[in-house]
Each structure stands twice: as structure tokens, then as C-alpha cells.
Design a protein around this ligand. Structure first.
Ligand SMILES: Cc1cc2nc3c(=O)[nH]c(=O)nc-3n(C[C@H](O)[C@H](O)[C@H](O)COP(=O)(O)OP(=O)(O)OC[C@H]3O[C@@H](n4cnc5c(N)ncnc54)[C@H](O)[C@@H]3O)c2cc1C
Length: 534
């Protein structure tokens, strides 16, 4: 018989239940007053309606979808490819867990790109959805956005199929919303798209693809945007490739391509990234022939890069909220974590970064919505100078936001994890480790940092004759102090004279380091202005 004394001996009544219950009860919109304030500022007359809709939407994403995303991230349910069915038919079926399928149905069922959906409502919903992390749905959502924009830009009467694809992705067919992907990177390079070697062989008004794509996220998609070179051309063109030809999806007979394997990666593990081999896949051309880089980068990648900034704002808001909650629960040496100045300082930094990033994302999106035809503007155009300048500002802000928010996102997530310390790195304790890995991936795809730093430098050099650097700085930082504007203008003018892109030397290494630091500081100053406006 166990004595009363031995029953208590060794018993530890410590419990996380109170923290977990509070975290699970959080509503990511209702309990985020700052986000509501930003929504109010930017949605103007639409605010009441959008606010009500988001209040109704938020509990689902904060609770059910968040849980589904966490469940779908378990290593034992990672997506895989089943190459053959039982009867020796090559099917390359992407197998994903039930949680992802439910999440996908819910998220895509929102019709976020439908003409019925107000732009700001879609934006805020996406900002909330990103807070679940990848979950196997946010990369697909972003790729679908790019596909819709591309189809809208180039509706082609010669290809009624494209109109049907647009309808299927944008408005849905009988409630089924199609999913898009974008396959551009090849084994020899992802940044250097002009080096693509995938061949598009003419076949009537369409093409047949031959060759390989090496990074194919959303391998389960219905349609993909693919870059390739038309036989005999050394320029890239863009195509839309259905994964199955009409009537073949049910039979699981893919459009003359095979998925060789699914990659094993450190983050965004819930979305299957395949390696694909095309052997005569039917492809519909889209956009001007041989202008595939401008089409793919100007529309599809621009939207993805814009979305990454929104995602990082979402990641940071969540990290800040959960770190604050834990610091108000956990005691160390008899005091709550938040009551130590060292912790309070970190929490404040995390919160400030989250708010600054959110304010910046809204401000950039506002500019995007206010400009007519904001995508694919190029550096040369016959539009009025003032509009060209604004389009240029947007172009550079999208690039800056992509590289700066992902870099800061990694730091913020790591700091938030540190508030939890050992429990912070436990995969089942919180979603922060998973989101941390997702941010690292966001830093690499859709253009890694040095590629985009190079692009920004080249862009600013090229437009200097009609858009002087000082003019650019004062327009982008409108609202900042004169001192700030003058300091950044002087730095930019000086850096544009330095050998940032030259051959490697002590001088060019120093200039490159200064360019990298300049871009971070300049974008932060832009975010500070955005934050002050809230
Ligand atoms: C998880 C994941 C999923 C992906 N999914 C897709 C997908 O669905 N579709 C798709 O098309 N791609 C996809 N990618 C590929 C991604 O877009 C590429 O990884 C990215 O474009 C970089 O290409 P790369 O990896 O070949 O690096 P590289 O192009 O080889 O770059 C290597 C290094 O060179 C630097 N660099 C590049 N250009 C310059 C320059 N001009 N000056 C100085 N430095 C430079 C880069 O910053 C980087 O540090 C995915 C990547 C990941 C990680």
C-alpha cells in the first residue's frame, strides 16, 4: 500500500495549461489592436464592412486553421509522391495529409482573388492566413495570385483555354478553385533565368515542352507558369501548362511530364517541391514571345515578392503576441520573464519590428492599389513622368521589402524563440520553430538577397537621368525629417559612384558591404515613416 507521504513525494504540479489555454483563445485580429488601427487607416470608407468581415473570419484562422497547419507539419505526414498505381500506370500522385486538404479547401474556398472580393479584405485575410506559417497553403495561394494576374494581363482570344483557366482559378468552377504554381528555376540556376534551357517546341498555336525544372513547389497544382526557350531562340518565353489535359485528372494521367522526386527541405516542408521532367507537355504561350523574363519577373515574381513582405509582417505579429503572452506566464527566479529589463527590452524590440513591418506592408500595398497597372512597368515607358516615378518607387520598395523583412523576420523569430528558451525550440510547444524555418526559405526563394541588391543598384543607376537619386530618396521617405532625407540622399549619391558591382577588390568589397547596409537602413527609415503615420 502506498503511504500518503510517498504519494506526494516527487510530485511536481507545474503546468503550462494556463498559458496554452490563453494562447488557444487568442483571436489574431480581435486581440491585435495595432492591426485593427492599421486596417482602419488604410481601408477608409470601407473600414466598417471590412472590419466586420475580418472579425467573422479571424476565429477560424486563429483556431481551426492554425491547428490544422500544426498537425500537417508533423514529419510523419510530409507530402510524398506515389509514382505508380497498382496497375502499372505512372500517376505521380502527390500524397498530402487530410489536414492540408481541409485547410486548402477552406483557404481557397474564400475566393481571395475573385472579382467579388474587395482588395483590402483579401489583403487582411492573407495577412492573417500567413500567420499559420506555410501550412501547405500559403505558397500555393501566392503562386495562384501570380497566375491570375498573368492571365488577366494577357487574355488571348486565340487561346480560349486560358480564359477557362482564369475562370477556374479566380472565380472557381462549382466551388472548386484551381491552384497555380510557377516553375522557373533550373538545376544550373534560379537567379539566372535567362540561362533557362527548357525547350518549347512549336506545335500549331501551342508548344510542347522538353527538359527539366528543378524547383517545382506546389507540385500538386492544377496549372503552372513555366519559363522556357522556344526552339532556336536564346530568349525566354512564358507558358501556362495544365497538369492534366481535360478529362485526364480523374485518370491521374499527367500532361506528358513526370515528377522525379519531392525535395527534402528545411522549411515550408508542407508544400511539396518537386523536380519535374517534361517529355512533350502541352503548353499555352502567354505574353509576348521572347519577353518571358519581363513577363515572369514583372508580374508573377513581383506579386510573390510583395506577398513575402505581407507574410513576414504576419509572422512577426504572431511571434510578438506569443512571446508577450509567455513572458507574462512564465516565472524565473520568482519573477515573470517580462519583469526583467533585459526581457522587456527584447519584447519591445520584437513588437516594434512587427508593427513597423506591418505598417510598411500596408503602405506599399496602398501604393500598389492606387497605381493603375502597377505590374510589369519596366524602367522605360511613355507614361507621364510623375507616374513613372511612382511605379519606380513601387518597384524598388517591393524588392527592398522582400530582402529586408525576410532578414529581419529571421532575427525576430529567433529572438521570440529565445523568450521561450528551451521550450522555444520544441516543435510541439509552439509553431515558432516551424515559422522560423519558413522565413529562412522566404529569404531564398523569389530572388535571394544579393540578386535583388544588385537589381536595386542597377535600377537606380539606370534611371538617374530622369529620376535623380536625391529625388528618389525624398519621394520615398516623404514625411521623414529633412536631416534623414539629406543623409540618405548623400549616401546614395556617393554609393552610386562606387564599384559596388565591379570586380572583387578591397574597394568593391567595402562598397558592397555599405550598399547592403544602406538598403537595410533606408527601408527601415521608410517603415518608420509608415509606422509614424498610423
Ligand atoms: C523551398 C524552395 C522552393 C522553391 N520553389 C520554387 C518554385 O516553385 N519555382 C521556381 O522557379 N523556383 C523555386 N525555388 C528556387 C528559388 O527561386 C531559387 O533557389 C532562387 O531563385 C535562387 O536560385 P539558386 O538557388 O539556383 O541560387 P543561385 O542563383 O545559384 O544563387 C547563388 C548565390 O548567388 C547570388 N547571386 C545571384 N545573382 C547574383 C548577382 N547578380 N550578383 C551577386 N550575387 C548573385 C545569390 O544571392 C546567392 O547567394 C525554390 C527554392 C526553395 C528553397
Amino acid at each position: 500500500m502506498i503511504s500518503q507521504e510517498s504519494a506526494v513525494r516527487g510530485k511536481n504540479s507545474y503546468s503550462f495549461d494556463e498559458f496554452v489555454a490563453k494562447r488557444e483563445a487568442l483571436d489574431w485580429y480581435l486581440d491585435e489592436p495595432f492591426l485593427q488601427k492599421v486596417v482602419k487607416k488604410y481601408t477608409g470608407a470601407e473600414y466598417d464592412e471590412i472590419h466586420e468581415k475580418i472579425l467573422a473570419f479571424s476565429p477560424t484562422v486563429s483556431s481551426r486553421w492554425s491547428q490544422l497547419a500544426a498537425q500537417a507539419a508533423r514529419p510523419e505526414v510530409r507530402p510524398y509522391v506515389l509514382h505508380y498505381d497498382a496497375f502499372n500506370h505512372r500517376i505521380d500522385r502527390i500524397v498530402r495529409p487530410a489536414e492540408t486538404l481541409e485547410l486548402e479547401k477552406g483557404v481557397f474556398g474564400e475566393g481571395l482573388f475573385s472579382s467579388q472580393m474587395p482588395a483590402w479584405e483579401s489583403f487582411v485575410k492573407r495577412l492573417l492566413i500567413h500567420q499559420i506559417g506555410e501550412g501547405g497553403v500559403t505558397c500555393p495561394l501566392t503562386c495562384t495570385h501570380g497566375l491570375v494576374a498573368l492571365l488577366e494581363e494577357f487574355s488571348d482570344e486565340a487561346h480560349p483555354e486560358l480564359q477557362e483557366i482564369l475562370e477556374h482559378t479566380k472565380e472557381g468552377l462549382n466551388g472548386d478553385f484551381a491552384i497555380g504554381a510557377q516553375f522557373m528555376s533550373e538545376i544550373q540556376g534560379g537567379s539566372d533565368l535567362p540561362a533557362n534551357v527548357l525547350e518549347a517546341v512549336p506545335d500549331g498555336k501551342n508548344y510542347r515542352l522538353y527538359g527539366n525544372k528543378f524547383f517545382c513547389s506546389v507540385a500538386h497544382a492544377d496549372y503552372s507558369v513555366v519559363t522556357a526557350k522556344i526552339s532556336g531562340s536564346d530568349k525566354v518565353s512564358t507558358f501556362i501548362v495544365p497538369s492534366w489535359l481535360p478529362g485526364d485528372k480523374e485518370k491521374e494521367q499527367r500532361n506528358s511530364y513526370q515528377i522525379n522526386r519531392i525535395k527534402w527541405k528545411m522549411g515550408t516542408a508542407e508544400v511539396p517541391t518537386g523536380e519535374i521532367h517534361y517529355n512533350g507537355a502541352l503548353a499555352y504561350p502567354i505574353g509576348p514571345k521572347d519577353k518571358g523574363i519581363a513577363v515572369a519577373v514583372g508580374i508573377v515574381l513581383t506579386l510573390s515578392r510583395l506577398e513575402i513582405g505581407i507574410a513576414c509582417a504576419g509572422f512577426m505579429l504572431r511571434a510578438s503576441r506569443e512571446a508577450k503572452l509567455y513572458s507574462d506566464f512564465r516565472t524565473v527566479f520568482g519573477k515573470k520573464i517580462k519583469d526583467y529589463p533585459l526581457a522587456a527590452a527584447k519584447l519591445k524590440q520584437i513588437e516594434k519590428a512587427a508593427e513597423r513591418t506591418t505598417a510598411g506592408a500596408f503602405k506599399i500595398y496602398d501604393l500598389f492599389l492606387r497605381l493603375e497597372k502597377p505590374l510589369n512597368p519596366g524602367l522605360k515607358s511613355d507614361r507621364p513622368l510623375e507616374i513613372r516615378k511612382q511605379l519606380f518607387n513601387l518597384r524598388e520598395l517591393v524588392l527592398l521589402q522582400k530582402i529586408c523583412t525576410t532578414k529581419e523576420g529571421v532575427e525576430v523569430l529567433r529572438e521570440a524563440i529565445s523568450v521561450f528558451a528551451g521550450h522555444g525550440v520544441m516543435e510541439e510547444f509552439s509553431s515558432l520553430p516551424r515559422i522560423f524555418r519558413d522565413v529562412v526559405v522566404n529569404e531564398q526563394w523569389e530572388g535571394p538577397r544579393n540578386l535583388l541588391l544588385t537589381q536595386i543598384y542597377r535600377d537606380l543607376s539606370r534611371v538617374a537621368d530622369w529620376y535623380p537619386p536625391a529625388d528618389f530618396v525624398s519621394n520615398v521617405l516623404a514625411g521623414a525629417s529633412q536631416e534623414t532625407i539629406q543623409s540618405f540622399s548623400a549616401q546614395l549619391e556617393e554609393l552610386l559612384q562606387r564599384p559596388v558591382l565591379g570586380e572583387v577588390s578591397d574597394a568593391s568589397i567595402e562598397a558592397a558591404m555599405e550598399w547592403d547596409a544602406f538598403c537595410s537602413a533606408f527601408f527601415k527609415a521608410y517603415q518608420e515613416v509608415a509606422l509614424a503615420e498610423i
